[in-house]
Design a binder for this molecule. Structure first.
Ligand code: NDP
Length: 258
């Protein structure tokens, strides 16, 4: 068991990548705190995950509420060894069709709240702990219409490095998982029917040499590596789980001869 006697806090642990990570961390012996906004999916996650789980209803864009919730969690479960700042939202912000509110909603959730999630957790994080941020291949893809989202994920990549330097004196490592298109509910607003989801899977999968979207569990396993002592001398890096879409894009199906 790679996380025996460890306490892990996962924001956005009631869905998708966060929920898959909570399951894997629990299987590896951790006690897990999950946060989310939606009371129904929080309750469903609590039921599905079983014992050793604490659920907190929390909007991570509310800094004061985040500080209170993390203090409460530490009082109940003990100081944290692992923080996975995973909560995030998708959404297009095309030039010519984006309001300030839409733009700021993405920035405040995917960038500002990530910083304050780490800051709020720090007083409750053990020296030698592991912080994991959730990035995205959008940081480097240049996908049209996704400027705000891409900007936040580029900023997360930068913050991973800043925080790795800043927290090194306490032996706290800071790394990043960087998913490519991954099958989670984040895509529902853009692909609400089964047919639309299949088309999306074919399109996104077709952008990578390995030819498919990632599973949430595949991102969770990268997070497990960072959470555990297997990565004890690793900080400031990212693990990209995208089937090669960003590192070997010429291998994508559309470039193959037959
Ligand atoms: P989901 O929509 O399944 O999960 C997103 C999670 O974030 C939910 O638990 C949601 O909680 C939580 N969340 C969003 N906003 C807030 C908020 N203001 N306060 C608290 N919780 C919030 O999507 P994924 O699992 O796919 O996304 C997880 C992370 O992975 C995100 O950072 C995303 O950008 C990143 N990512 C995902 C990719 C993909 O293709 N799926 C690709 C690249 C990166 P609730 O539902 O309760 O609001």
């Amino acid at each position: 068991m790679r996380l025996q006697n460890k306490v892990a806090l996962i924001t956005g642990g009631n869905s998708g990548i966060g929920l898959a990570t909570a399951k894997i961390f629990l299987d590896e012996g951790a006690k897990v705190i999950i946060t989310g906004r939606n009371p129904e999916t929080l309750a469903a996650a609590e039921k599905a995950l079983g014992s050793n789980v604490l659920t907190l209803k929390l909007d991570v864009t509310d800094v004061a509420a985040t500080e209170r919730a993390f203090a409460e969690a530490a009082a109940k479960f003990g100081k944290f060894d692992v923080l996975f700042a995973n909560a995030g939202i998708g959404g297009a912000t095309p030039l010519g069709g984006t309001s300030l509110e839409q733009f700021n909603a993405i920035i405040s959730t995917n960038l500002t709240a990530v910083f304050f999630t780490v800051q709020s957790a720090l007083p409750h994080l053990n020296d030698g702990g592991s912080v994991i941020l959730n990035g995205s291949v959008h940081a480097v893809l240049g996908a049209p219409g996704w400027s705000a989202y891409a900007a936040t994920k580029g900023a997360v990549r930068a913050m991973t490095r800043n925080m790795a330097s800043e927290l090194a004196p306490r032996g706290i490592r800071v790394n990043q998982v960087t998913p490519g298109g991954t099958k989670t509910p984040i895509w529902q607003p853009m692909a609400s029917t089964a047919d639309a989801m299949s088309a999306l899977e074919a399109r996104l999968g077709g952008m990578s040499p390995l030819g498919r979207m990632s599973e949430a569990e595949e991102i969770a396993k990268a997070a497990l590596y960072f959470a555990s002592s297997d990565s004890a001398n690793v900080t400031g890096i990212e693990i990209v789980v995208d089937g090669g879409a960003t590192s070997a894009p010429s291998g994508a199906k559309i470039f193959r001869a037959g």
